[in-house]
Ligand binder design. Structure first.
Ligand code: PLP
Length: 397
């Protein structure tokens, strides 16, 4: 099935690296001990978890492996940081986040508003860059937590999280900072050690590791209440027997991501730029949405004026190409992307926006194929668009 697939949806999930699978396998049927038990079999599992924690510490540039706790996914990491902070600071009722967070952060804040929290949602400009001045102006003595993503999943825009953390702490040193680094980890170098960031979440399936495993960095000295209560695992911050094979898999994926970082920053970026330039030059009604100067190297987001994104995706699928639209299908209605709406992307291209996200598996042939197929698809769909007059004005220019 995957033989002839051109996979350009790596911000949704990635192919697991064979070396990751190989590293995980012994921990299912041979080294299957519970890391908390005392016999030798368990000791092997315990050692594997300890080594994995060291690797994730290096991956995030943390000070100490004790600052890393394993979770089941990026969403759990976010919930732990956010709920675990406010539970310990019940008197403080003010939270700050952005309008373009992933639903695991955004929807949690909407829930917290119902519980009486005041939430400030900070906007972005037309490039997808965050309004830091606005964010900083909202911090006061009642602010319990600021949650800001490192890189946006739809546009790839990178937010200056270190600077934000520094400025927030200058106003209120008590305010905690959570950074959702799910789309940054493995794509750009991360060094949390010298920052004022308290929490940072990652998820293995976004960097060629398995689904269902993530991690949360918790700065030494920062308190967090556990989301899952039970045993003493993860120093009491997350109960439940450690998922040893998946922890090992995530660590291997992190190791490989560190080795491949240069490729990501050069070759993958070059392929992404070529894809973008070719599409914009070949297709007259294409407009670049992801215009931030500071972007992760693998992501582009392009709007096709007056054409329906879901139809583009279906035609791409028929051509063996996987990509993603900026819109999510909610309860039968096509809801345009909250990220693109926050950027003020005009209605005319909002519904026809497509995200292409590359990876180290993407080849020049893949990009050439997409560049060859896409103009035909857009051409075909332009002919059946209900906006013939408007399209005609652009296409006949
Ligand atoms: N944060 C961001 C920015 C994401 O893109 C995603 C997944 O798409 C998540 C969090 C959630 O990660 P997970 O699927 O591991 O829960």
């Amino acid at each position: 099935m995957s033989q002839n697939i051109i996979y350009l949806d790596n911000n949704a999930t990635t192919r697991v690296d064979e070396k990751v699978v190989e590293a995980m396998l012994p921990y299912f049927t041979e080294e299957y001990g519970n890391p908390s038990s005392i016999y030798d079999l368990a000791h092997v599992a315990n050692t594997a978890v300890r080594k994995s924690r060291e690797i994730i510490k290096d991956f995030l540039g943390a000070n100490d492996a004790k600052e890393i706790i394993f979770t089941s996914c990026g969403s759990e990491s976010a919930s732990t940081a956010i709920k675990g902070t406010i539970e310990l600071n019940r008197a403080k009722k003010h939270l700050i986040t952005t309008k373009v967070e992933h639903p695991c952060v955004l929807n949690l804040h909407k829930e917290l508003e119902k519980q009486g929290y005041k939430v400030d949602y900070i906007g972005v400009d037309s490039n997808g860059d965050l309004d830091i001045t606005e964010l900083i102006s909202k911090v006061d003595k009642d602010t319990a937590l600021v949650s800001v993503m490192y890189a946006n999943n739809e546009t790839g825009a990178i937010f200056p999280v270190e600077e934000i953390a520094q400025k927030v702490k200058e106003i209120n040193p008590e305010t905690k900072i959570f950074v959702d680094a799910v789309q940054a980890a493995g794509k750009i170098p991360i060094n949390v050690k010298d920052t004022k960031i308290d929490f940072m979440g990652i998820s293995a399936h976004k960097f060629h590791g398995p689904k269902g495993i993530g991690a949360l960095y918790v700065k030494s000295g920062t308190m967090v209440a556990p989301l899952i209560i039970g045993g003493h695992q993860e120093k009491g911050k997350r109960a439940g027997t450690e998922n040893v094979p998946y922890i090992v898999g995530m660590a291997k994926a992190a190791e490989l991501a560190m080795e491949n970082m240069e490729d990501e920053l050069t070759r993958v970026k070059c392929l992404r730029d070529t894809l973008e330039e070719e599409i914009l030059s070949k297709i007259k009604n294409a407009r670049l949405n992801s215009t931030s100067k500071n972007r992760v190297p693998n992501t582009t987001n392009i709007g096709f004026l007056y054409i329906e994104g879901e139809l583009i995706l279906l035609h791409l699928n028929d051509a063996g190409i996987c990509a993603s639209s900026g819109s999510a299908c909610t309860s039968g209605s096509l809801e345009p992307s909250h990220v693109l709406r926050a950027m003020g992307v005009p209605f005319t291209s909002l519904h026809g926006s497509i995200r292409f996200s590359l990876s180290r598996y993407t080849t020049e042939e893949d990009i050439n194929y997409v560049v060859q197929e896409l103009p035909h698809i857009i051409d075909k769909l332009a002919k059946i668009s209900p906006f013939q007059k408007e399209l005609g004005e652009i296409l006949n220019k």
